[in-house]
Design a protein around this ligand. Sequence first.
Ligand code: UDX
Length: 433
Amino acid sequence: MKIGIIGTGYVGLTTALTFAKLGFKVYGNDKDKEKIEKLKNGICPIYEPGLDELLKEMLETNQIEFLEDIVQTIKLSDVIFICVGTPTNPDGSPDLSQVEEVSRIIAENLNGYKLIVEKSTVPVQTAQWIKRTIKLYSHRDIEFDVASNPEFLREGSALKDAFNPDRIVIGVESERAKEILLKLYEKINAPKIIVDINTAEIIKHASNAFLAMKISFINMVADLCEKTGADIKKVAEGMGYDKRIGREFLNAGIGYGGSCFPKDVRAFYYIGSSYGLDFSLLLAVENINNSRIDRIIEKLKKALWNLNNKKIAIWGLSFKPNTDDIREAPSIKVVNRLLKENATISAYDPKAMNNFKKLFPNIMYGNDKYEVLKNANALLILTEWDEFKNVDFGKMRELMRTPIIVDGRNIFECEEVRKYNFEYYPMGRSCIV
Ligand code: UDX
């Protein structure tokens, strides 16, 4: 079985390399010719642990080939995964024009039975639209199936998640499509949930919206903890022991970012509302998330009186650790707010600085976490990279002008920082000397 992957972003590239490693011949295609050129030469366009090495290995063994031509990709493949982007329109609805375009090209180039699988996160009933589009444009009586096989991998642990998923969701409407997908995932040891296509599409959106809701819930409670002298970390621990709740995704802080949660919460609200349903729960999720930026700026102002001409050191720019991705990262909003208040910024991130420089070429960047602390009035922690967790507080104290840490990710313990006389402002906990 030959597999074509259309769209080689995080999901597409990881999926392509996973299937290649599982022993299938894979053709990867993207409309970005520069990206395909890089991939052909073994250069991974994104930072993701293990991806670079696997790309080189699969190119060497010829398990994967990257093609500029989408038509060739379609013709050579038995199964085609649609992994193109589904950005948000200004009104909050998902923009499915790339999915539609790919469906038309598939229709015009069907040269035998093919299974077309949507992997991108799409609104319920998108597969029905794909099916209709292929029928309308194919002008021939060639058999095909459409299926939904949503992806749940997380950036920063994409390969690990792809090889060890919590579950594999297979949305199909024919036995043939089911058998093909089960064959593709034969070697992956995970529960396989076989459902109809609409159900599969909803599982994906509902999962992401639910996780985002968990984060906003704990952030809402974090504010109450702060007002009342309680400790959100302990509250989360106490709640998390309840198996029905679980400890994961209860880390309070500056809120969720990235290419999925903000987009998917908005899209799911839009989808529910478009059927006349009350999905306003998700509006609250979004509002709470947006308010996290105000919270952290308030903390900083409270500590520094005002931000005018203050030097703020920032640790962490990516939306989460182990990625160079800054899409919808809270750091972007925070930096914009700081610049508005006339603060000076010096920032450090282990992987995301190059991407951040494209948006903010004029702020200062440091070569390491200590360099940015020189003469800083405060340190602002925005991403919980491991290298920020083990630090030399004595050295930090010496470098900084005033010993103030505002921690958007709750990475330190109060007792630890207190020893060095830092004023420490975490989220949802009080820790003043
Ligand atoms: C998410 C889903 O987890 C994944 O299943 C889906 O396929 C894509 O979207 P991702 O965006 O890569 O994955 O990262 P994730 O680990 O889910 O984190 C998302 C955001 O939530 C990050 O900004 C993270 O910092 C934040 N987060 C996560 C919290 O603020 N608190 C938490 O407890 C967990």
